[in-house]
Design a protein around this ligand. Structure first.
Ligand code: IMP
Length: 447
């Protein structure tokens, strides 16, 4: 299939993050000229397993492990420069040289030490009821500075603003004073450290900084296909997620316009990723949570611990109401359902088919988190399957109960399930429908 036949594509999460987007992006990468992060920052954790090796990317697009693909950190990303350098160095130690494959937008914002400090102090000060349970990566405070404008720092400033250090010293001392007033002692930060981070960032990252917007617009105009890699998930979206227990960016295809500087109308393949069950890290409503032995069993079977923070993930049954909500507002054209193998061995598996709130049925998560916390999920139990399925390579060869489970979800959500993950490796993936002619699944894993 020629490059011109590949549609510009977005892979994004339909849930609260950790849906397995990294693996989907990795499988699609060879078809694309560029892979673009357009939202979030180092709060993401996209894991790719290649044979015995696991690569966890936080800020770098997953495409970075593919030598022939250009990886772009777009204007909508908030990037911790020291974290980014650390990721680059870790890859270099494993033989992956990012030179020539990485572009960082001059419009992207820098996460600096005071953002992380504010994130941590704020979370510590809040009571368990209202704490968001952030990743402590300074994401919210950095996006707040971006909107405030006068206290923001972009990569363009790092390169072109001769007075940046002076300005950042002023921002740091003003921020520390404000944090001290709010949170008391503990709000300490060394101004020199922040300045030294800027110098390190300039020395190491300047060569990657450029106008990624023009690059992407030109590529897309010439029919060179581009893949957009959404971070976090739609239920964590700042406008449409379970606010305020969300992240601070637009996490789906609607974020592409602002976050990459290209028309989202050009991006016509929209692959929403979900697990075969639900997980959430951090606080906030979780309508199908299983805070019991079944939830623990899913956590163990799926190794559900955060890639970024190592925190145990909350686990529950698949929520078709939330998934349909996410699929509708994002316009998902396909679903990639990962971790189906994790459900092998259960006598029965549950799917939430409706929500009840104070006795009435509601069709979407409510705007108010307090109401969402009171939802009574209607769970439909389906027969489970006991056979291990990691060796299966065709949908038709799955146990009947596993096939019925996938088909029931497809009907409830109203979007075809085009990709199914049956194990962590690239090769452990089933492709259905038209994508079969597009994606080449390796017979076994190779770097
Ligand atoms: P923040 O993005 O660090 O501000 O965290 C806000 C909320 O989003 C917290 O509940 C985090 O646990 C959650 N979160 C942010 N990014 C991800 C992700 O990539 N996967 C899962 N949860 C995330």
């Amino acid at each position: 299939m020629g490059a011109s036949q590949i549609q510009h594509t977005c892979v994004f999460g339909l849930g609260w993050g950790d849906e397995g987007k990294g693996k989907v992006v990795d499988l699609l990468c060879p078809l694309f000229e560029a892979v673009v992060r357009f939202n979030g920052g180092a709060n993401a954790g996209h894991t790719v397993c290649v044979g015995e090796e696991a690569f966890a990317m936080h800020l770098l697009p997953t495409g970075i492990i593919h030598a022939e693909v250009t990886s772009v950190i777009g204007p909508g990303v908030v990037a911790d420069p020291i974290g980014l350098i650390d990721e680059i160095d870790r890859l270099a130690a494993r033989g992956v040289d990012v030179a020539g494959r990485l572009k960082v937008s001059d419009r992207a914002h820098l996460v600096l030490r005071y953002h992380k400090l504010e994130d941590q102090l704020c979370e510590k000060a809040l009571g368990a009821e209202v704490r968001i349970g952030t990743t402590s990566r300074g994401i919210g405070p950095c996006y707040a500075d971006k909107m405030r404008r006068t206290t923001a720092v972009r990569f363009a400033d790092l390169i072109h603003d001769a007075d940046l250090e002076k300005r950042v010293r002023w921002i740091t001392s003003a921020r520390v004073a404000a944090l001290r007033a709010m949170f008391g002692p503990g709000a300490e930060l060394d101004e020199d450290g922040v300045v030294s981070d800027l110098r390190t960032a300039r020395a190491r990252l300047a060569r990657f900084v450029c106008d990624t917007t023009s690059y992407l617009q030109d590529a897309m105009k010439c029919g060179r296909p581009v893949l957009f890699e959404g971070a976090n998930g739609l239920l964590l979206d700042v406008d449409h997620g379970t606010y305020p227990f969300v992240t601070s960016s637009s996490t789906g295809p609607h974020g592409i316009g602002a976050g990459a500087g290209v028309s989202p109308a050009l991006v016509t393949k929209l692959i929403g990723t979900t697990k075969a069950y639900s997980t959430r890290v951090g606080s906030g409503p979780f309508m199908t949570e299983l805070a019991d032995a079944t939830g623990d069993r899913i956590r163990r079977a799926g190794n559900e611990y955060g890639t970024t923070t190592g925190r145990p993930r909350r686990c529950g049954w698949f929520d078709s109401v939330a998934c349909r909500y996410s699929a509708r507002f994002s316009g998902a054209t396909d679903i990639a359902m990962m971790h189906l193998d994790t459900l092998s061995g259960f006598d029965e598996v549950g799917i939430c088919v409706a929500y009840r709130l104070d006795g009435d049925e509601i069709t979407a998560p409510p705007a108010c988190a307090r109401l969402a916390g009171r939802i009574d999920p209607v769970i439909e139990m389906q027969p489970g399957w006991h056979e291990p399925i990691r060796g299966v390579r065709r949908f038709e060869d799955l146990p009947t109960a596993a096939r019925s489970y996938v088909e029931r979800i497809e009907t409830l959500v109203g979007v075809p399930v085009a990709l199914i993950g049956v194990g962590p490796d690239r090769s452990e993936t089933l492709v259905r429908g038209p994508l079969k002619n597009v994606i080449d699944i390796p017979a076994s894993s190779a770097a």
